[in-house]
Design a protein around this ligand. Structure first.
Ligand code: SAJ
Length: 424
C-alpha cells in the first residue's frame, strides 16, 4: 500500500496536527474544512488554534508545498475524517458532521481508497459512515457488503492525543486500528506507520469505538471521585489537596485532582455515548458525569458565600462595590480551548448574578468570548489581584502558578478550585 496523497477532513485540534505530521513526512496532504477562514489561515502557513509547536510544523509543511487546505474535497488515496461528534437533545450523539463529511468525500472516492473515521464516535458509527458512503457511491463496493473484496477500505482509528502535547503524542502513542475487515485494518496500519512510532494494534471497528469511549469514561469516573472527595473534605474541614497527596503515597492509589468540573470536547461528552446506548447498564458512568457536571454549581455556591463573608468582614463596602476576579476561562491549563469549559460557565454565571465588578484574566485568549464581552479583561495578574476583593482561580495556567504566589493575597477572599495556592 502506497499512499501518495492523504486528505484530512476537519482541520481542528486533531485534524490539523495530523495533516501537518503527515506533511512533515513528505506526503502530499490536502486538508479540508468548511471554515473558509481556517483554510485561508492554513494556506498562509499560519494556524487558527493554539497547540505548542504546531505553528512551526504547519508553516514548514505549507512552505515546503506538502500541505494545502481547501473547502472542497479532492481525490486522495486515503481520507481521515476528524470532525466533531457533539451530543444533542438528551445526550444523544450527533453524527451530522460525520454524515456531511462522508457525503462531501463520496464524489471523489475511487477504487482502492481508504477511509478512516478518527472522530470519537458511538459504537456503530463507522458502519453508519460506510453506509452513507455506499449510498452516495453505488458504483463502488464497500466492506459491509463485499468484505475483503471491497473497492473501498473503511476503519475506525480513534485519536487519543492530549491537547497541549498533541505533536508528541501523535507520534509516540499506540494506536487502536479497528478495520471493518482485516484488509481494512492492514491498510490503516500502513498509513499510520508513516509517522506513528507506537504500536498499531488491530481490532474490529466496534471495539475500537468502545475503546476510545472507555478511556475517556475511565478518566471521567476517576475525576468524579476526586471532585466528590473535595466536596466531602470541605464538609469535614480537611484540605483535599493534602489528602490526595498523602493517599497517593500508597503504591496502588493514584487519585486525580479535583477541579471546577470537567470540560473539553471529549471527557465531558464521550461517556454519554455509552450511557445513551446502554442506559440501564451504565450506572456508574452516568453518575460520574452527573458528579462532574454538578461541580461548577458547587463552586458558584462557594462564590456566593464568599461575597457574603466579604461584606460581613468589610461593613463599609456595598454589594455593587465588590470586585471579583476570575483567573482562567479555558477548560484546562495552558491551552486556548474553551469548549465545555466549567471555568467559562462559572464566570458567565457569576456575571449573571453579581452586581459589582467582575474582571477576567486569561493569558491564552486575545479577546473574551461574546458571552463575556461586557467584562473587563486584565492582562496583568498583579493588577487584577490588586483590583479584586474575591479571587476565583479556575484554571491552573503556568502563569498563574508562577505569579499568583508573588502577589499580595492578604485580605482577599480566595476560592482556589485547582489547589494552586493551597500548595504555597
Ligand atoms: N481534570 C481534572 N482533574 C484531573 C484531570 C483533568 O479536573 O486530575 C479536568 C481538566 O481540567 C479538564 C477535563 O478534566 O477540564 C479534561 O481534561 P484531561 O486533561 O483529562 O483530558 P482532555 O479532554 O484534554 O483529553 C482527553 C484525553 N483522554 C484521556 O486522558 C483518557 C486524551 O488522551 C484524549 O485524546 C482526549 O480526551 C480526546 O480527544 O478524547
Amino acid at each position: 500500500m502506497h499512499y501518495q496523497t492523504i486528505s484530512v477532513v476537519g482541520l481542528g485540534y486533531i485534524g490539523l496536527p495530523t495533516a501537518a505530521v503527515f506533511a512533515s513526512r513528505k506526503k502530499k496532504v490536502i486538508g479540508v474544512d468548511v471554515n473558509q477562514l481556517a483554510v485561508e489561515t492554513i494556506n498562509r502557513g499560519e494556524i487558527h488554534i493554539v497547540e505548542p509547536d504546531l505553528d512551526k510544523v504547519v508553516q514548514a509543511a505549507v512552505k515546503g508545498g506538502y500541505l494545502r487546505a481547501s473547502i472542497t474535497p479532492e481525490p486522495a488515496d486515503a481520507f481521515l475524517i476528524a470532525v466533531p461528534t457533539p451530543f444533542k437533545g438528551d445526550h444523544e450523539p450527533d453524527l451530522s458532521y460525520i454524515e456531511s463529511a462522508s457525503k462531501a468525500i463520496a464524489p471523489v472516492l475511487k477504487k482502492g481508497d481508504l477511509v478512516i473515521l478518527e472522530s470519537t464516535s458511538p459504537v456503530g458509527a463507522t458502519e453508519q459512515m460506510a453506509a452513507w458512503l455506499a449510498e452516495a457511491r453505488p458504483d463502488l463496493t464497500f466492506p459491509q457488503t463485499y468484505g475483503e473484496a471491497s473497492d473501498i477500505r473503511v476503519a475506525h482509528c480513534p485519536e487519543r492525543v492530549l491537547p497541549g502535547h498533541v505533536l508528541r503524542e501523535l507520534v509516540e502513542n499506540d494506536r487502536v486500528i479497528g478495520g471493518m475487515t482485516s484488509k481494512c485494518s492492514d491498510a490503516a496500519v500502513a498509513l499510520y506507520k508513516i509517522f506513528v512510532e507506537g504500536d498499531c494494534v488491530i481490532t474490529n471497528a466496534r471495539t475500537a469505538e468502545m475503546c476510545k469511549l472507555t478511556e475517556n469514561s475511565f478518566r471521567d469516573v476517576n475525576i468524579a471521585f476526586a471532585n466528590e472527595l473535595s466536596i466531602i473534605c470541605d464538609k469535614l474541614g480537611i484540605n483535599v489537596w493534602e489528602l490526595v497527596a498523602l493517599a497517593n503515597r500508597h503504591p496502588r492509589v493514584n487519585i486525580l485532582q479535583p477541579g471546577p468540573g470537567v470540560g473539553g470536547h471529549c471527557i465531558a461528552v464521550d461517556p454519554w455515548f455509552i450511557v445513551n446506548k446502554t442506559p440501564d447498564a451504565a450506572k456508574l458512568i452516568r453518575t460520574a458525569r452527573k458528579v462532574n457536571d454538578y461541580k461548577p454549581n458547587w463552586i458558584l455556591e462557594k462564590v456566593k458565600l464568599s461575597i457574603d463573608e466579604f461584606l460581613h468582614d468589610n461593613p463599609d463596602k456595598k454589594l455593587n462595590n465588590v470586585v471579583i476576579a476570575c483567573f482562567g476561562l479555558t477548560f484546562k491549563a495552558n491551552i486556548d480551548d474553551t469548549r465545555e469549559s466549567p471555568a467559562l460557565a462559572i464566570t458567565k454565571k457569576i456575571s449573571d448574578f453579581h452586581q459589582g465588578h467582575l474582571i477576567v484574566v486569561e493569558p491564552n485568549i486575545a479577546d473574551l468570548p461574546i458571552s463575556l464581552s461586557h467584562l473587563v479583561k486584565y492582562k496583568d495578574i498583579e493588577d487584577a489581584v490588586k483590583a479584586a476583593d474575591i479571587i476565583v482561580v479556575l484554571v491552573d495556567h503556568q502563569e498563574f502558578k508562577e505569579n499568583l504566589k508573588e502577589s499580595d493575597l492578604s485580605r482577599k477572599k480566595i476560592i482556589d478550585t485547582r489547589g494552586i495556592l493551597e500548595n504555597l
